[in-house]
Design a protein around this ligand. Structure first.
Ligand code: RUB
Length: 312
């Protein structure tokens, strides 16, 4: 199987998991498509890229970091003056590397800023598996902070086990709880740190299903909720009125062999209102939800590049 098809399959099945990891894999798959293209004209080359982009978009509909990255790279190729396929191939490779560097750089900064928020003696509550939140834990640990973590299992696919295993390997004390026990344990934490899949133009965010319980729990017991995220998870299409689609996954993940008449709902994500967010911890620092859009408009035109009401 070629790398494009394999990547699409692995993203769909969650073998490649989390917004950052899957966006990076999708960028590499697009670069690969350009590299092996046998197109003889620019039109054919671009249409191959567009096809690969659509295949990757369709794997997980709630992932703007992937969409923004692929749209930027393809738009660059489309709008360039180059006609020669080798020149276009190089351009895709350069734009791909540029976006990958931006993503890695953002993650490093977010991990550092979020890690600085963790103080000695703190207990941090997290949900699912976010490579960005893990980066914050790693940063805090490397800086000699003594802290502990409470993490959820994150059913039905148990991404919490990945979080717990990584923390155990890091030497950070961690307690795993079952998802339905969040309200009993959240009061033991000093703060919540979660990742994000998406930020909307009204500054709400989307993350793994179950985050809503965690966020309301944090509000109820009066502890802060920090969303550790690359600003490139902003979905520009929400500026044009798009209502974010929440990915619905197979009922088999919840109960394989369930009675046929039974309706099982298995959404991948929750949408959280901005009022539940203490701050977004981003590559631009720890910022209030209200400031996110201004920063994106001022400094991150690549995120909105090529997005239009027509793309909805
Ligand atoms: C993963 C999830 C993560 C975000 C952020 O969901 O909700 O919190 O994707 O991850 P899934 P990161 O397991 O369904 O992909 O910080 O690594 O981008």
């Amino acid at each position: 199987m070629d790398l494009l098809k394999k990547t699409a399959k692995d993203i769909k099945s969650i073998k490649i998991q989390g917004a950052t990891n899957l966006a990076e894999a999708a960028i590499k798959a697009l670069e690969y498509t350009a590299k092996i293209s046998k197109a003889k004209t620019k039109n054919n080359f671009i249409s191959e890229l567009e096809k690969a982009k659509s295949l990757l978009y369709a794997t997980r509909p709630t992932e703007p970091l992937m969409r923004n990255s692929l749209r930027f790279i393809v738009a660059n190729a489309k709008e360039s003056k180059f006609e020669d396929i080798d020149d276009l191939r190089k351009l895709v490779s350069v734009a791909g590397k540029d976006v990958l560097n931006k993503i890695e750089d953002a993650k490093k900064k977010v991990s550092e800023f979020a890690g600085n928020k963790i103080e000695n003696g703190m207990t941090v509550f997290t949900h699912c598996h976010s490579s960005t939140v893990m980066g914050a834990f790693r940063h805090a640990k490397l800086h000699g902070k003594k802290f502990s973590v409470i993490c959820t299992e994150s059913r039905p696919l148990f991404q919490g086990r990945k979080t717990a295993t990584e923390l155990v390997n890091m030497g950070v004390p961690v307690t795993m709880i079952i998802d339905s026990n969040v309200s009993a344990h959240i009061k033991k934490a000093d703060m919540v740190m979660v990742g994000a899949d998406l930020i909307t133009s009204d500054m709400n965010f989307v993350n793994k299903v179950g985050t809503q319980n965690v966020a309301y729990g944090a509000k109820r017991v009066g502890i802060p909720l920090y969303v550790c995220t690359d600003l490139a998870k902003f979905d520009p299409e929400t500026m044009f009125g798009k209502t974010e689609e929440i990915e619905q996954r197979s009922p088999d993940e919840v109960w394989k062999g369930a009675p046929k008449q039974l309706k099982i709902l298995n959404p991948a994500f929750d949408l959280m209102a901005r009022e539940l967010v203490t701050a977004y911890i981003t590559q631009e620092g720890v910022i209030a939800p209200e400031s996110v859009l201004d920063i994106i408009n001022e400094k991150y035109s690549w995120i909105t590049y090529g997005a239009s009401p027509k793309s909805i």
